[in-house]
Design a protein around this ligand. Structure first.
Ligand SMILES: [Zn+2]
Length: 223
């Protein structure tokens, strides 16, 4: 059955917050093939599944625009507790601190960075992270294989890219731009596999504590 008035799911009498900032209103919402096809009062749609949402609120999924699920998502496909709070999309890697790309020799340093700048537990990271990747595309492929309850938009963490190539050099050393591009190519390309790109962090400094070198700068603009 695929008439205009048919829906796969009909949610009735929900207090709908539509995300526009306008006042909520009690409405019905019809969904067909994963898309909202109608919103209104007393919809005449028929549906395979119908939910009485009287007394409940309904809203679009929240996009959490700054998370550090990069590590947790490798052992917890539910990325708890975000889904329970209404989050349906999480952005990871946007302030530069991520776990991908990462060579085996840099894992300990990467985890220690996260303990300093994000307050994560080193013990939990050591026990939990699945290091079944080295490059960024391999990391994305692993996440896809494992599956995830919410949508994930991933930046390449430039701190991780710099650690990939600069870990033995001084923290504030700046790689020349052409080299940085080559390094990106080697560890993060092809770009087509990178949905969100490289996050900005135009500050030349380290936020980690002394024992924990933490590359945060853009490549040098001078040759
Ligand atoms: Zn952050």
């Amino acid at each position: 059955m695929n008439t205009p008035d048919h829906a796969d799911l009909l949610i009735r009498q929900a207090l709908v917050y539509d995300g526009s900032g306008s006042d909520p209103a009690v409405q019905d919402v019809a969904v067909r093939q994963g898309r909202i096809v109608a919103v209104g009062t007393d919809l005449s749609h028929t549906a395979m599944h119908e939910i009485d949402a009287s007394g409940l609120a309904l809203m679009p999924g929240i996009i959490d625009s700054h998370t550090h699920f990069d590590a947790q998502i490798t052992w917890d496909a539910h990325v708890r507790p975000s889904p329970a709070m209404g989050v349906t999309t999480a952005v990871i890697g946007n302030c530069g601190f991520t776990i991908a790309p990462c060579r085996p020799k840099d894992r300990e340093l990467t985890m220690r960075n996260l303990t300093q700048v994000e307050g994560m537990s080193l013990e939990v990271l050591q026990q939990g992270i699945d290091w079944g990747f080295e490059t960024f595309p391999e990391y994305l492929a692993m996440l896809k294989r494992k599956g995830c309850v919410i949508n994930v938009a991933a930046y390449i963490g430039h701190s991780s890219v710099r650690t990939w190539v600069m870990v033995t050099k001084p923290i504030n050393a700046l790689p020349p731009k052409p080299k940085f591009k080559r390094w990106l190519t080697s560890c993060a390309m092809p770009w087509l596999q990178v949905p969100w790109g490289l996050p900005p962090a135009p500050v030349l400094r380290t936020t980690a504590k002394a024992a924990c070198p933490c590359h945060r700068a853009w490549p040098a603009t001078k040759k």
